[in-house]
Design a protein around this ligand. Structure first.
Ligand code: SAH
Length: 483
């Protein structure tokens, strides 16, 4: 692309008060002259005869007719030359003289002779859109122009002027650039734009003042990415609660139960963006779009996620997107399922005697299982907290046993952890898939494997007693009976 010899350099030139020579005085010349006059150029015309349009401009003293015959000396003061006669030889002569003086020349309908071209323009002054195909595809350029004409309603120009006239005030009321940018961005579709579209300039000015006071009075729109915890409203942090009570919009996962949503401000609009294994209710891109859409309007958006937003919650991706769109954000952590389920099942994730480390992992499909380092996961005296694992239990236990974890290793499945309907199934690695089926464990459920899981038998305190079909021991059965 950078090698393309026909590629033009786009330029907007300040012509106010500067002489521009136009050679030719017919309709074509007239068409070229009006934008020059609009830009404030001092247009001087050389022509044997004038058409009625140019004639009228001369009589209104909006341009000067400086002669009938072209002479090179007429180029002396000019900054630009426009050549619009039907005499090709004359056109070529003027172009050559201009070239010799390094003066930009446009010869109408002659790309070869022109050193500059005038683009197709969508005029919403002070906003102007100039389109050029470099002469390669004038029809396409015209189509594009028509599309843009439709896209930019007539009031865009007056809106740009209005905002420009009020720029001091706007800067003063909204000194921070992101807030100011969001304010300016929202004006086109807002009441100011609507008043201008209706031709009501005083009304638009009043609306602008009102919108400014509103924007200055309230903090700029932002997104709080909030962890809702496992579902017990008592496990929502104070900070999360505050955000829920200030929220204009709540974008929440399906995992977040009504009991937590009930903490939010009554007027907040709730949008469910939930996903469950295999079923996608809202594509991630749509969630991204909604967050930006609402925050850009100055609204306070809470993106509410089950557990913690940074544990298998795609919080990172959402932040990337907000950064790209210059939207302010914060992250409020929540109690992740592993912590909540372990606590409510009476299973310490680490224990001096049984487990020195804990790993959080996910096992919801073949792909996620294939990427694990099974040898490392199969080591003793460590706890695995497995998210989204209910559908892949057979593969999971096969792999761990194949890599050397004892078949008697204790496991706990915690369904609806921390909620009134919590169920805990205690089992061993070898019986895990069969017991999950036997007790019909459903989503959401978390799997805890490792020596510590056996402690749930004795330490449980919340909800129903753990379910068990086989004996479960913290240490291998042989050693336990020997002791
Ligand atoms: N960000 C969340 C996890 C989202 S992945 C967090 O930090 O907790 C969803 C998985 O979390 C579920 O498939 C399940 O394995 C687990 N989970 C979430 N809430 C749960 C609950 N109350 N009880 C059991 N498991 C839960």
């Amino acid at each position: 692309m950078d090698q393309d010899p026909d590629r033009l350099f786009p330029l907007f030139a300040r012509l106010r008060g500067r002489p521009v020579l136009v050679v030719g005085g017919g309709v074509v010349a007239a068409r070229k002259i009006s934008p020059l006059i609009a830009a404030g150029a001092r247009v001087r015309v050389v022509a044997r005869a004038l058409g009625e349009h140019v004639e009228a401009l001369v009589s209104e003293a909006r341009l000067e007719w400086i002669g009938r015959e072209y002479e090179p000396g007429q180029l002396d003061e000019a900054w630009l030359v426009v050549v619009a006669t039907s005499d090709r030889t004359l056109n070529a002569r003027v172009a050559a003289d201009a070239e010799a003086r390094r003066l930009w020349a446009n010869v109408v309908d002659d790309i070869e002779l022109s050193s500059f071209q005038s683009p197709a323009v969508v005029d919403r002054a002070p906003l102007q859109v100039a389109i050029s195909s470099g002469g390669a595809a004038p029809v396409l350029a015209r189509q594009v122009r028509e599309q843009i004409e439709v896209l930019l309603d007539e009031h865009v120009g007056p809106l740009a002027s209005l905002l420009h006239e009020h720029r001091r005030l706007i800067r003063q009321r909204l000194p921070e650039l992101p807030a100011r940018r969001r304010f300016l961005e929202s004006q086109r579709e807002g009441p100011v734009g609507r008043r201008l579209a209706a031709g009501d300039r005083p009304g638009a000015i009043a609306a602008l003042h009102q919108a400014l006071s509103l924007a200055a009075a309230r903090p700029a729109g932002m997104v709080s990415i909030v962890g809702a915890g496992p579902g017990d409203p008592g496990l929502v942090t104070l900070k999360a609660l505050r955000r829920l009570q200030e929220a204009d919009i709540i974008l929440h996962d399906r995992l977040v139960p009504e009991a937590v949503l009930a903490l939010a401000r009554r007027d907040a609009e709730r949008i469910e963006t939930g996903k469950r294994a295999g079923q996608h209710f809202t594509p991630q891109e749509e969630i991204h779009r909604l967050m930006v859409h609402y925050a850009a309007q100055g609204l306070r958006v809470v993106r509410l996620k089950g557990g913690d937003p940074f544990v298998f919650g795609r919080g990172g991706e959402e932040i990337e997107h907000l950064r790209e769109h210059d939207i302010d954000y914060e992250v409020i952590p929540g109690i992740t399922a592993a912590l909540a389920c372990a606590a409510h099942a009476g299973i310490p994730l680490t224990h001096r005697d049984h487990a020195q480390s804990v790993r959080l992992l996910t096992a919801h499909c073949r792909d996620s299982l294939d990427t694990h380092d099974w040898a490392a996961l199969a080591q003793e005296r460590q706890t695995l907290a497995v998210y989204m694992g209910v559908s892949a239990l057979a593969d999971f236990s096969d792999q761990l046993i194949a890599h050397g974890r004892g078949p008697d290793t204790p496991c706990a499945l915690i369904e609806n952890g921390s909620r009134p309907d919590q169920r805990v199934v205690l089992t061993t690695l070898q019986h895990l898939p069969a017991d999950a089926a036997r007790f019909n464990v459903g989503s959401p459920a978390l799997l805890v494997t490792g020596e510590v899981a056996a402690l749930g038998d004795r330490l449980h305190w919340f909800g129903a007693k753990p379910l068990r079909h086989h004996p479960v021991h913290a240490v291998p059965a042989a050693l336990a009976s020997a002791a």
